[in-house]
Design a protein around this ligand. Structure first.
Ligand code: PLP
Length: 395
């Protein structure tokens, strides 16, 4: 008995190893501050929960259309129309999925042929590469420019486009870098995609979590990309709905037929009452989102201030998301060692940069999606452990 090679080839992600160690330490009674999570500490806003409650009481506990509830599809199309992307056909171009992760997976499943290459701008969210592999493709990492928040340049992308190149995945606002890509950055990707006939998968999961009055530009704003573009989005982060499992993909009608087939034969559909909650999220008041984003921005200021005051740590600017890449090269030789050091010495968990592909080996990803008390304690532990490392090395 053995595993299929497509699964056996997957490595155990550094983040999972960290999660396992956190569980072990907690089980042993160790008080840890976990700053490795991608899960907002906020509760889902009450009007969203009520939307699901009404649907449950109303009997929406059965199979629904595989594509999604027509009213929700309409509301998603309206959301994009309000952002200048008019003319989306909700009945042909959108599929609601159980999570943004599933949206990416069914998109890759529907579009990749064996050995197709998918360009990933590194460092990037840890699931992309393995999802590409699971779908028979080959991830090709393209190093982002470390001097510019790891945004990719046209030249770097161009150098990595081989004969088998089929798609490129972009993610702005970016997990783990916290960068929000400008129009020109996306335009560079657009030019390469048009030149080489590549599909673009634009993961815009964090598009509402942006700071300092910024707006996240969507790849969908480039009108000439519509026939090759898949937009991925999710309710998880914007509305603190990670556990509900709901996201969606928008793409060209012809190709979305394949995405729908993949969904029909895997998840069947997204739970109807969860879709009712998502509809309440889109159609209801957005004040809760603004409150969460304001709070994230204040936490961002707090974290960046503390990190920059510590002689042993440094970090990249954070324009969106709730992550900071903290440069720990003065503390340990590589990110796994640094993560282990902070966990064992400081009792604070941060994800090794190695989890995000090549380029982030000098960094740990710190998540400030934790309550203020934990954030204060976690930062104090992080700084103290960094300074202790300095004393130990005699620095
Ligand atoms: C960049 C990015 N894309 C997609 C997702 C998927 O989120 P979900 O499956 O909860 O919608 C995540 C979750 O962490 C993410 O960080």
């Amino acid at each position: 008995m053995c595993l299929a090679s497509r699964v056996a080839a997957l490595e155990s992600p550094a983040s999972m190893e960290l999660a396992q160690r956190v569980r072990e330490l907690r089980a042993a009674g160790v008080q840890l501050i976990d700053m490795s999570t991608g899960d907002p500490d906020f509760r889902t806003p009450p009007h969203i929960v009520e939307g699901a409650e009404r649907a449950l009481r109303g009997g929406r506990t059965h199979y629904g259309p595989a594509r999604g509830d027509p009213e929700l599809l309409e509301a998603i199309a309206e959301r994009y129309a309000a952002r200048g992307m008019e003319g989306l056909d909700p009945a042909r171009q959108i599929v609601v999925t159980p999570g943004g992760k599933q949206a990416i997976f069914v998109t890759l499943l529907a579009t990749l042929n064996p050995c197709d290459e998918v360009l990933l701008v590194s460092p990037c969210w840890l699931s992309y590469a393995d999802m590409v592999r699971l779908c028979g493709g080959r991830p090709v990492f393209v190093a982002g420019d470390s001097r510019r928040g790891f945004r990719v340049t046209e030249e770097a992308l161009e150098r990595h486009v081989g004969k088998r190149a089929r798609a490129v995945i972009v993610n702005s606002p970016c997990n783990p870098t916290g960068a929000v890509w400008e129009w020109e950055d996306l335009d560079a990707v657009r030019r390469v995609a048009l030149r080489h006939g590549l599909m673009v998968i634009s993961d815009e999961t964090y598009d509402e979590i942006v700071f300092d009055g910024r707006r996240a530009v969507s790849m969908g704003e480039f009108a000439d990309m519509r026939d090759r573009l898949f937009l991925i989005n999710s309710f998880s982060k914007t509305y603190a709905m990670t556990g509900w499992r709901i996201g969606y993909v928008i793409g060209p009608a012809e190709l979305m037929r394949g995405v729908l087939r993949a969904q029909q034969n895997t998840a069947t559909c997204t739970a109807a009452f969860v879709q009712a909650a998502a509809l309440a999220a889109l159609r209801g008041p957005q004040e809760a989102v603004r409150t969460m984003v304001r709070e994230y921005q204040e936490r961002r200021d707090l974290v960046l201030g503390k990190v920059r005051n510590c002689s042993r740590l440094d970090c990249l600017p954070v324009e969106g998301t709730f992550y900071v890449l903290v440069n720990v090269s003065a503390v340990a030789a590589d990110s796994r060692a640094a993560s282990a050091y902070f966990l064992e010495t400081g009792r604070v968990a941060l994800t090794p940069g190695a989890a995000y592909g090549p380029g982030a080996e000098r960094f740990l990803r710190l998540s400030f999606a934790v309550d203020r008390d934990s954030l204060h304690q976690g930062m104090a532990r992080l700084i103290a452990a960094a300074e202790e490392a300095e004393n130990r090395s005699g620095g």
